[in-house]
Design a protein around this ligand. Sequence first.
Ligand SMILES: Cc1cc2nc3c(=O)[nH]c(=O)nc-3n(C[C@H](O)[C@H](O)[C@H](O)COP(=O)(O)OP(=O)(O)OC[C@H]3O[C@@H](n4cnc5c(N)ncnc54)[C@H](O)[C@@H]3O)c2cc1C
Length: 385
Amino acid sequence: MSSASMPSTLSFWERESFSRLDIAIVGGGIVGMSVAASVIERWPDRQVTIIERSSIPYGASTRNAGFACFGSLTEVAADIQSMGSDNARELLFDRWLGLKITRDRLKQYDIGYNDFGGYEIIDESLSHTIGQIDAINELVEDFIPDYLQILPKDIKLGLRLNSEQQLVSMAQEGQVDTGKLLKSMYTYCSSIGVEFLCGLNVNKIESKEAGASLIVDDAQRGTIEMSANQVVLCTNAFTQLLAPEEQIDPGRGQVLITKPINGLKFRGNLHLDEGFYYLRNVGNRILFGGGRNLDRIGETKTSFDLNDSIQTRLDGMLEGVLELNETPQIDMRWSGIMAFGKTKMPIVRLREDGLLIATKMSGMGIALAGQIGEQLADLMDDKNL
Ligand SMILES: Cc1cc2nc3c(=O)[nH]c(=O)nc-3n(C[C@H](O)[C@H](O)[C@H](O)COP(=O)(O)OP(=O)(O)OC[C@H]3O[C@@H](n4cnc5c(N)ncnc54)[C@H](O)[C@@H]3O)c2cc1C
């Protein structure tokens, strides 16, 4: 066949209406959708298209624990030590504001929000952090008044606590139904005109004099070339595949969920062992996750499988933490992939090659996403993009 009679991968109509984009957002997780929402809310005439490699987002946004939280006592204490009070406060504020933006945006939708509260068990080895409660409360007083409180020893909440442990509560902490949240974001974004192209893996992004071209894999058609005036990378843990120079390490998080437990008393979120473990109720079930610290190097990966020794540890800890009348049965186990780096601060920037980037959520993207979307839109505004 002569090249003149080779079929084009795209029809003329497909090329004109589907492959020439204004703003292309790569990655359809909570951050990609929040960026899309912020951009369209500000500039309703812009055309925003989310390109997502999977039918359902396939990273962290649909696979997490659904804590609507800002930071536990030991986590904030460690952040103050590693990055100073100002940065620790900024991160807490962005998480708080991000959640507020997302909840306000989706107020017509059921995101399964419960204000059951957040708690942290402080072991004897971390009891020195109790002395930092007043300073931390002062740091965040203007947006979360009376943030941290030590609970009286006779309050157990259905937890097994020994005489050395103390329970600290975090004000305004709640939980979302992760699935309902993401579905609501999808419905909201669609309603304001965001377009979704799912099942397309972006393989390469090349800067052009005006805009960029995207080389994309489609399971049915093979390779397609698309173009966009602006490209925003919201690929979190998978960013290095497209932008290898970004300093991002993937971090796998593993969770399990039990079957419903008769007589389960605990309601809320629980942070344990400096945040390395986390537990919440989902109705009468318990979702329990963490343990990345048991094999930090092994868990620095983007594959969605499980590590048996971490899962065994989670199984073992479950009954030790909760007062239960029966041995819990495990219903499901899964993993999701987060993104970390040298600092906990997210990356929101315009690169020299013209690529916009909103990534590296350090395991707190559900909280941060609303604010990251606004920051990215501010950046586009500043740079007249
Ligand atoms: C087990 C676990 C528990 C967590 N618990 C909480 C919590 O309680 N509270 C909280 O705030 N945060 C939590 N997180 C973190 C939170 O889920 C993430 O920070 C957040 O989801 C990151 O969102 P994102 O949109 O940046 O990334 P992702 O959700 O990972 O989205 C990135 C998307 O990009 C797509 N993609 C990647 N590469 C390409 C490509 N080349 N072409 C096209 N598409 C591509 C992926 O398929 C994916 O859908 C948890 C995470 C895990 C794993």
